[in-house]
Write a protein that binds this ligand. Sequence first.
Ligand code: NAD
Ligand code: WQD
Length: 337
Amino acid sequence: MRILVTGGAGYIGSHTCILLVEAGYDIVVFDNFCNASKESILRVDKIVGKTIPLIEGDIRNKEDLTRAFEAYAIDAVIHFAGLKAVGESVEKPLAYYDNNIYGTLILCEVMAAHGCKSIVFSSSATVYGDPHSTPITEDFPLSATNPYGRSKLFIEEMLRDLYVSDSEWQIILLRYFNPIGAHESGTIGEDPNGIPNNLLPFIAQTAIGTRACLSVFGDDYDTVDGTGVRDYIHVMDLADGHVKALDKMHTFSEVMTINLGTGKGYSVLEVLKAFERTSGKNVPYVIAPRRTGDIASCFADPSYAQKILQWRAKRGIEEMCKDSWRWQSSNPNGYKC
Ligand code: NAD
Ligand code: WQD
């Protein structure tokens, strides 16, 4: 079975490619490298011991996608490609609607034109907005507080409408919580452009000395120690969720919406301490004002994924931090030499 992996050179995509190949899937990566490096795929090639076919192209470009579908008999798509920075989406909403929504629309058109109607889509816990309680189940009310989140919400709706119009579509919406960590080899990992927005890359860059000090955004939330609580999930567990979703796809007769999280929340300070323990590094921090748009606490109820995919996250916070540090310390500049 041949899988097209859009955004396969990116953080989650590159890790998922490894498990797809190990599970026996043939894959082809499709990426425009707007937020990734070809080096990530070369390193994945080394890990899996074969050359993964790669098409450089943009999901908004019909010709690029058609090239992929004409070169390979593609049975299903895992659709990671998209822009993902919340703050940037507020500054450049049209870029997010164009890339994420329009790009997905074109992808679906080209898929349908080639008789490929199976897609796994990267959604996000951001579609729960500010949840009324935790843990969060898939039937919680949906909302968005920024253009990035709205693009995910709209794509989910678009894919549901597509299924209503044609039940031959097989659609799985995976709502990720907070992916961190890296492949155990330490050769691939998250390589953000510029100053990291997300917690773990910021902690790792502070530990290595690229950043002077972590700002902890708020210590007056109603949480265990006042700092924000999130459901951090190891990227390899997340990758495994995609393989399980593909394996089960043919057994579903509706659009499946599935949380991928661990079910356990950790505060910023708990993550910081876990990172210090596993890396042996001291990470200086200061308490800073709350970040606009942040919520106090967000963690999944992952029991539906367990029931429907027989999937659960296996790696704990220490392993996540250890693997993030192995990647960061062996690649202080990410993929840049
Ligand atoms: P990433 O930026 O590392 O990967 C996205 C990849 O898509 C990159 O390789 C980029 O070059 C590519 N891409 C972007 N626009 C493209 C286009 N128009 N055509 C072709 N390729 C394009 O991000 P990631 O962290 O791996 O996230 C993957 C997906 O998961 C995204 O859709 C993201 O919104 C979603 N997601 C991520 C997180 C997270 O915290 N990392 C959480 C929830 C959901
Ligand atoms: C985690 C916690 C911060 C940085 C974002 C997106 C979400 C999803 C995942 C894609 C919070 C605190 C952070 C720092 C800090 N992406 N923090 N200092 O905000 O849960 O989610 O990434 O779908 O859509 O919004 O993740 O890693 O940015 O923050 O104190 O320098 O760490 O306040 O409590 P978040 P994050």
